[in-house]
Design a protein around this ligand. Structure first.
Ligand code: SF4
Length: 394
């Protein structure tokens, strides 16, 4: 276990991370979406350091010449904001009605719920104000709606500030995360991929709330069933579904604790390394390449640098670009060249189960091609995966 941080080491780390971002480049705050994605690829030091340093990866990807295909359109953004405003209108009456109906029907109806003012200076001030409001609402014993509270969660040794759409305090003192999304719920169900992403994001909020709760004398229970509010069918009317995030919470907790502390990654970088987007592309590319990456096709749905990392992984013939399951099956063979050499019998330990399986597969393929009249010489694709001329393409 690394030693705990002191005020001096924390300040030194902040200074180092600011240097890595570049002079006068503001830090981009980590949000729950980024944290959920970070937890999905905990072995990637590149992402861990860039996110921990507050580097804007969208801007970085542009500067590297591999723009990300990420982000919401302006129209989707405005539609989402309009829907959220509607859900929270009249002191959150509709939102509270849905929480009462779906999660706590035996409690008193939520009329006259408290909506505390959470305004404060800076994220630290807002997080402190939120913690105070949660404590007061819990002690008050009624319904309370916290609109865009600010929560702090320590990630890789640094605080990340997170802003859920809402947190509701129930009369029994329990807390519920509410996530408002603008994708539709058709006949009571929504796109499973979108619901899954919302669940992972909510799990991050649940973890952050549990940290707040743990600091109170009487530790309140944070509910692991969150409320997902979406437009009903093709209307703008809100409807809601309860999502159990216990599994996502457990996975995210485990992954976040496994994240390498970012100062260890920063310490391994040579002095003068900088990710400022106005640097020449070659210099920026060299700086990014100093950070070890673990590209997988899943990055395409989760990280702004995916196109850059995919191009590098392909150029290096890294088997990670084939997907995590193929990577796991191939054991110590890390490049496509190694795999082909092992299959051809020109390299690799024959006692290695992966090498033995590759040779068996190559033999079976050669036999099948031979039986089909194509000859054993046409047995394997080349490094780029092209099927040899004359071989059947199945
Ligand atoms: S795209 Fe690159 S930086 Fe992002 S998580 Fe994947 S490997 Fe890491």
């Amino acid at each position: 276990m690394p030693p705990p941080r002191t005020r001096e080491t924390t300040s030194a780390l902040r200074h180092r991370l600011a240097e890595l971002r570049g002079p006068d480049v503001p830090a981009k705050a980590l949000d729950a979406r980024a944290l959920a994605a970070l937890a999905a690829n905990p072995g990637c030091k590149r992402r861990a350091l860039l996110d921990g340093a507050g580097v804007n990866k969208t801007v970085l990807a542009d500067a590297l010449g591999s723009p990300s295909a990420f982000g919401q359109s302006q129209f989707a953004f405005m539609r989402g904001n309009a829907f959220e405003a509607r859900v929270k209108a009249d002191g959150g009456a509709e939102l509270l009605r849905l929480v009462h109906e779906r999660l706590d029907p035996s409690a008193e109806p939520p009329s006259g719920a408290a909506v505390p003012d959470l305004a404060a200076m800076g994220p630290e001030g807002r997080a402190a104000r939120t913690a105070l409001a949660l404590r007061e609402a819990t002690e008050g014993g009624g319904w309370a709606l916290l609109d865009h509270p600010m929560l702090a969660l320590e990630v890789a040794g640094s605080p990340a500030f997170l802003e859920p759409d809402a947190v509701v305090v129930h009369p029994d003192g329990t807390w519920t995360v509410v996530e408002i999304k603008s994708f539709p719920m058709l006949d009571g169900s929504a796109d499973p991929a979108k619901v899954g992403a919302a669940a992972r994001q909510s799990a991050v909020y649940v973890l952050a709330l549990e940290d707040v709760a743990a600091r109170l004398d009487q530790v309140p229970r944070v509910r692991h069933r969150v409320l997902l509010v979406c437009p009903k069918d093709f209307t703008n009317l809100p409807t809601a579904a309860v999502v159990d995030v216990r599994k996502q919470r457990a996975v995210t907790r485990r992954q976040l604790t496994r994240l390498t502390r970012i100062e260890e990654i920063a310490d391994a970088l040579p002095p003068g390394t900088c990710f400022a987007p106005d640097l020449p592309p070659e210099q920026l590319t060299a700086a990014v390449e100093l950070l070890p990456a673990t590209y997988a096709p899943e990055c395409l749905a989760a990280c702004e640098l995916a196109f850059h990392c995919r191009a590098r992984a392909r150029r290096e013939g890294a088997v990670t670009s084939l997907g995590r399951s193929a990577r796991a099956e191939l054991g110590g063979l890390t490049t496509v060249d190694d795999v082909l050499a092992a299959a051809h019998g020109t390299a690799g330990d024959p006692d290695d189960p992966a090498v033995a399986a590759l040779r068996r597969a190559a033999r079976l393929r050669a036999e099948a091609l031979s039986a089909a009249g194509y000859g054993a010489g046409a047995a394997l694709p080349d490094r780029a995966g092209a099927v040899p001329e004359g071989a059947p393409c199945r």
